[in-house]
Design a protein around this ligand. Structure first.
Ligand SMILES: CC(C)(COP(=O)(O)OP(=O)(O)OC[C@H]1O[C@@H](n2cnc3c(N)ncnc32)[C@H](O)[C@@H]1OP(=O)(O)O)[C@@H](O)C(=O)NCCC(=O)NCCS
Length: 139
């Protein structure tokens, strides 16, 4: 398998579907991909996408990790770790002297331990409140 920095909107929706996540119109999916940094793990044969991770960055201090996905048949083989290690390297590479980034993500239920392995801290804790979100649109 190998990593590329691109994935088509329909491949992207296929990965979301494979882990039971909602799909978006392809136009919306494409807009998201066009404005994010992408890591896609593909099979050697046929280049089928089997893993994905995205980073959305405002080029200031705000970074967000989204869509960390490994399809079920490949889970537990280190691919999620590979994706996160690529992201960690990317983030560190963007730092300049004096810069700080706050990198956030929304963990799926029960996946906190996976992200804690890469230094992320669960909220709320004694210092910070919970993360919050709201969906718009009916889908
Ligand atoms: C979460 C997910 C990306 C992990 O990918 P993966 O390829 O199975 O993970 P890896 O095999 O690389 O495991 C990496 C490490 O995380 C740990 N880990 C993996 N899944 C975990 C889980 N659900 N809970 C706790 N730890 C987990 C592994 O034990 C491993 O630890 P180690 O490297 O110290 O031995 C994958 O299960 C997935 O796509 N799930 C569905 C979508 C999802 O929930 N995505 C993340 C939420 S936003």
């Amino acid at each position: 398998m190998f990593i590329t920095n691109s994935i088509s909107p329909s491949e992207y929706m296929g990965l979301r579907k494979a882990v039971g996540w909602g799909e978006f119109p392809l136009e919306e999916a494409k807009a998201g991909l066009d404005h994010s940094f992408v890591w896609c793990i593909r099979e050697d044969d046929g280049r089928r996408p089997i893993g994905l991770a995205r980073v959305i960055w405002d080029h200031g201090y705000v970074m967000y990790i989204a869509d960390v996905i490994v399809i079920p048949e490949y889970q537990g083989q280190g691919l999620g770790r590979t994706l996160m290690e690529n992201i960690m390297t990317f983030i560190n590479d963007q730092l300049k002297p004096g810069y700080r980034f706050m990198v956030t993500l929304v963990s799926a239920k029960g996946k906190e331990t996976f992200y804690e392995k890469f230094g992320f801290v669960s909220r709320p804790n004694e210092e910070v409140g919970p993360g919050m979100h709201q969906w718009f649109g009916n889908g």
